[in-house]
Design a protein around this ligand. Structure first.
Ligand SMILES: C[S@@+](CC[C@H](N)C(=O)[O-])C[C@H]1O[C@@H](n2cnc3c(N)ncnc32)[C@H](O)[C@@H]1O
Length: 298
């Protein structure tokens, strides 16, 4: 299976779909969320889906109401304009990597397989995990590991990587794994490795920058009362989504008007939603998922 959709009902029901509305699935993947959105639309309804990975094309849905755009969602407004779409009723994003991407050994996303250090979701983009690991200067590598992997010993790990690569380039995921052995506490080996791999993946795909650019376009893209539904898988992403919904910005506090009110373009809908224990038991990928919903207010 390409990918099993996470929080499927909760994330799509949270869009409060109008059957004749225009919707966007920003992260098509295996198309689980898209299919469910389509099931709620009538003949007038439209769904535009994005995925930057060419592999997702093989899941494209044969339906006149559906369009798959093979592009990065950081350009969401620009690409929708190409299709004559200025405003939409709802946008869904199920962030991160699909099970398919994790399971393709040669893409190097997983600590389970020995693959080339690649980790690009878009195989035509320039930066690969190989370059991050083999050519970033030590300080920059340490920053990546610290900021995106939340690794306290990031500096030491970076130093080790730099000393090993002086002898010979680090080619594969298992090469990297072997180098890191001395940093892996017993019974937490996979946790720490996953943090290192996550950090490199976020850097390769510029995931936080891209998410910010995407969120900044949402208020303008949504119609009044249009909805946003975002599923994230780690705290760095979730923090950006949460802060943007609350404050309309990522850092600092919004200015108050004369009456002490703040004007933010989105308003949260309900509380944070996480998967049920049943869903996590059935699908381990769901364990870290967090869903936030918002509505366009001004
Ligand atoms: C978690 S999967 C989505 C799974 C999907 N909801 C399903 O039901 O099968 C995330 C997908 O989004 C894509 N993706 C991640 N970041 C992207 C971006 N910035 N632009 C376009 N696609 C992106 C990935 O290539 C991957 O296929």
């Amino acid at each position: 299976m390409y990918h099993k959709a996470v929080l499927l009902q909760e994330s799509v029901d949270g869009l409060d779909i109008h059957p004749d509305g225009i919707y966007v699935d920003a992260t098509f993947g295996g198309g689980g969320h898209s299919r469910y959105i389509l099931s709620k639309l009538n003949e007038e309804g439209r769904l535009y889906a994005f995925d930057q990975d060419e592999d997702a094309k093989k899941n494209a849905i044969d339906d006149p109401r559906f369009t798959l755009i093979t592009a990065n969602f950081r350009f969401i407004k620009r690409f929708l304009r190409v299709y004559g779409v200025q405003k939409v009723d709802g946008v869904l994003a199920d962030l991160g990597v699909s099970s398919h991407q994790f399971d393709e050994k040669d893409r190097g996303f997983s600590i389970r397989f020995d693959g080339k250090l690649d980790m690009r979701m878009d195989a035509s983009s320039k930066l690969t995990a190989y370059e991050v690991v083999n050519s970033y200067e030590e300080k920059k590598l340490a920053d990546v590991l610290y900021l995106y992997g939340e690794l306290r010993n990031a500096r030491l790990i970076a130093r080790k990587i730099v000393s090993v690569r002086k002898e010979k380039p680090i080619e594969t995921s298992f090469d990297l794994k072997n180098i890191l052995q001395s940093f892996l506490p017993k019974r937490k080996e996979n946790k720490v490795l996953a943090q290192v791999f996550q950090a490199i993946r976020i850097e390769v795909n510029q995931e936080l920058e891209v998410l910010k650019e995407f969120l900044e376009q949402i208020p303008d893209l949504l119609k009044d009362n249009g909805r946003l539904s975002v599923i994230s898988y780690h705290s760095l992403e979730d923090r950006l989504v949460k802060r943007f919904i609350k404050n309309g910005m990522f850092e600092g506090e919004p200015e108050k008007d004369f009456f002490g009110n703040i004007e933010v373009p989105l308003k949260k809908v309900g509380k944070l939603i996480v998967p049920s224990t049943e869903e996590i038991a059935e699908n381990n990928r769901a364990r870290s998922a967090k869903l936030r919903l918002a509505i366009k207010t001004v």
